[in-house]
Write a protein that binds this ligand. Structure first.
Ligand SMILES: [Zn+2]
Length: 181
């Protein structure tokens, strides 16, 4: 749970945003988004944006795999996570998509944040962490592509098509119908 409220966004809102991002960067007809190339495209597209690959031995908190500095417009990624993502690890690809999602939601879309006095009152669609998780899932696992198939594919097939973990594919298939969260 985050210490901040964000402007409310439903899964349906975020799904539309994910499709728009795919369109802008030329991935509308693609199942597998190469997140490492998307980072380079973002550098071209967004004036202030940069990303940094940090050697593992210079990374302090091993429980954190990547982070986003909103004020500095920078995503930092641990080197081993970046390399794994380039080699197709679904979990590490999702880590990078998660940070990209934080950046786009706050710095590009301009989702407003305010500090939260009562954590119990933050609902999922107001939570910046939920929003980034949701956008990353919608971005890497496009429901409109799944809908274009004759049958809903298996979790294993989605895992292979989209380059995501089994858990992420299973979760996204459960959210197939959209909704608020
Ligand atoms: Zn996050």
């Amino acid at each position: 749970m985050s210490d901040f409220f964000a402007t409310a966004l439903s899964r349906n809102d975020i799904r539309q945003l994910a499709t728009f991002i795919r369109k802008v960067f030329g991935y509308l007809d693609v199942w597998w988004i190469p997140v490492e190339l998307l980072l380079d495209q973002m550098v071209q597209e967004f004036d202030e944006f940069s990303y940094e690959i940090v050697p593992d031995d210079e990374w302090d908190d091993t429980s954190v795999h990547a982070d986003t500095d909103i004020l500095g417009h920078t995503i930092r990624i641990r080197e081993s996570i970046y390399i794994n993502a380039c080699e197709g690890s679904g979990r590490d690809r999702m880590t990078i998509a998660h940070e990209i999602s934080h950046y786009i939601l706050i710095c590009v879309v301009g989702v407003k944040l305010c500090s939260c006095r009562d954590k119990r009152s933050v609902l999922p669609y107001n939570d910046p962490e939920w929003q980034a998780k949701c956008l990353a899932g919608e971005l890497l696992i496009p429901v409109y592509k799944i809908k274009s198939l004759k049958e809903t594919p298996s979790v294993n097939r989605i895992t292979a098509l989209c380059g995501v973990s089994y858990d992420a594919a299973a979760y996204q298939l459960k959210k197939f119908g959209g909704g608020v969260t």
